[in-house]
Design a protein around this ligand. Structure first.
Ligand code: ATP
Length: 479
């Protein structure tokens, strides 16, 4: 269920606790661009590592690469991005505000009763599928949809806008700027396609096999909103799986199931996810669906799974004039492989985990009012795994605590703190999602036991100091 307040609380929390800041904040920020702070960067890295490991380490037949952001300009002609990577937009003449047509209509649908909303969205989907721009404008007018800024329905025609950022390469000014034009990649996938044969040959890969990659992508999103849900600079984690033509349906189903299992392994309940099958297929796909998560704004895409046919390789072969076929020794046949792609946004996954983890808990008792904000991250992705807290700054307690820190820090991220009361220190760790805190006190000196405190239940127990490392390691074990 949509919950705008929760989203605002998460944004404020992320800023207050060093997870996510607006880019160039001291200059009033840059639209839909964000920076990750000290805890956000750890969280993001842990998710990226988990995805990378699940693809490249847990599969014999998937390898990872790291392709450049800049690519030859013809790549984007071959991929269809120059001609097709655009969204239908409409401008309000009074406010000069530009809207993505689907977002404008969807926002209006949210104000309607379910039946009317469904009918409207169905109509919109079929007009979008037919690229019927005049029909979309009529739909907006018939429904008396207004601009939220000017409150008028004074609309331009619907037009397509390309979402790629372009820049120039090289210092020499050319008479023809088109010659030096390069794009910031709008997806990481094309870096995989153009390296398909390099990897296949040097890695002696046999079909079916996959190539995985994580990295930045850039889209000049017109309507960028929803915090890190829709950014102009973001990170993707993509895997292209090359298969025999004719087997793509089976692999598509396989990857749908496998990716959903990955999501569930983050400890997020099944009912917070759903599949959404595409009605309007992208120009390259013969089947496609999204894995949607129930964000504070409602169910939205976090990952796409696409059966991309041989579209990309075939076009790169045609545009480059280089053969991109594979020789299948079992079939004794050359062919261009088909591709099933899994494509997940890293920032959206961060947002999903934040939405899932963020809890405001009322801890009031009859005697006193109390509450806490806690991020209940799975230990695997939590920025800090263990906080080590000497009860006092004296009596040799800090030394014991430092010794434990030195024992654990090669294995996972620890946090050492000796200021403030233990209660305050616990709350600060709750707010950044640290799953375990250990307190070193005078009893530790006598019997080498420490108090371990569990974030979610807030229960405590005494364990031997030598058990701490193992306990945390077990909790963060991924596979
Ligand atoms: P949307 O419909 O939300 O624009 P999309 O279908 O264009 O997304 P894909 O091209 O399939 O997205 O990209 C794969 C993944 O990359 C998405 O599932 C999403 O997680 C992520 N992604 C795409 N665009 C953005 C963006 N502007 N900001 C953050 N993440 C993004």
């Amino acid at each position: 269920m949509a919950n705008e307040n929760q989203l605002q609380s998460i944004i404020a929390h992320c800023k207050e606790y060093g997870f996510i800041f607006q880019s160039s904040e001291i200059y009033d920020g840059l639209g839909a661009v964000y920076d990750y702070g000290q805890y956000g960067a750890e969280l993001k890295k842990n998710i990226r590592d988990y995805w990378w490991k699940s693809m490249t380490q847990m599969h014999d037949n998937i390898v990872g690469i790291d392709a450049a952001i800049f690519m030859h300009p013809t790549v984007w002609k071959a991929s269809g991005h120059v001609d097709n990577f655009s969204d239908p937009m409409i401008d309000n003449r009074d406010s000069k505000k530009r809207y993505r047509v689907d977002h404008l209509i969807e926002a209006h649908a949210e104000t309607l009763e379910k039946e009317a909303a469904d009918a409207l969205l169905q109509k919109m989907d079929s007009l979008l599928a037919a690229d019927d721009f005049a029909g979309l404008k009529t739909l907006i007018e018939e429904n008396k949809i207004k601009c939220s800024v000017s409150d008028t329905a004074n609309w331009t025609d619907v037009r397509q806008f390309n979402l790629m950022f372009a820049t120039e390469m090289g210092a020499v000014a050319s008479d023809n700027p088109e010659e030096n034009k390069v794009y910031l990649r709008p997806e990481t996938a094309q870096g995989i396609f153009v390296n398909f044969l390099n990897v296949q040959k040097t890695g002696r890969m046999k079909i079916p096999f996959g190539i995985a990659q994580t990295g930045k992508a850039f889209r000049n999103e017109i309507v960028a909103r929803g915090f890190i849900f829709r950014m102009r600079e973001f990170e993707q984690m993509e895997m292209q799986f090359f298969v025999r033509p004719g087997t793509q349906k089976e692999w598509y189903e396989y990857w749908k199931e496998t990716r959903m299992k990955w999501h569930l392994s983050l400890g997020i309940p099944q009912e917070h996810y759903r599949f959404h099958d595409h009605v309007k297929l992208a120009h390259y796909a013969d089947a496609a669906c999204d894995i949607e998560y129930d964000f504070p704004m409602g169910f939205k895409e976090v990952e796409g799974i696409h059966s991309r046919t041989d579209f990309d390789l075939k076009n790169h072969q045609q545009f480059s004039g280089k053969k991109l076929t594979y020789f299948d020794t079992e079939l004794n046949q050359h062919y261009i492989p088909y591709v099933v792609e899994t494509s997940i946004g890293l920032d959206r996954t961060v947002m999903m985990l934040l939405s899932e983890a963020y809890k405001e808990e009322d801890l009031s008792t009859e005697e006193k009012k109390d509450s806490r904000v806690v991020l209940k991250f799975p230990p695997l992705v939590a920025p800090i795994k263990l906080a080590i807290l000497p009860l006092l700054k004296k009596d040799g307690l800090p030394e014991i605590a430092r010794e434990l820190q030195n024992e654990c820090r090669p294995y996972f991220k620890c946090f050492y703190e000796e200021k403030d009361t233990i209660g305050k220190r616990y709350r600060r760790q709750d707010a950044i999602g640290t799953p375990f805190c250990v307190t070193i006190d005078h009893q530790t000196k006598e019997d080498q036991t420490v108090t371990i405190r569990y974030r979610d239940e807030m229960t405590q127990e005494r364990i031997h100091i030598s058990q701490v490392r193992e306990l945390v390691m077990k909790a963060i074990q991924a596979f």
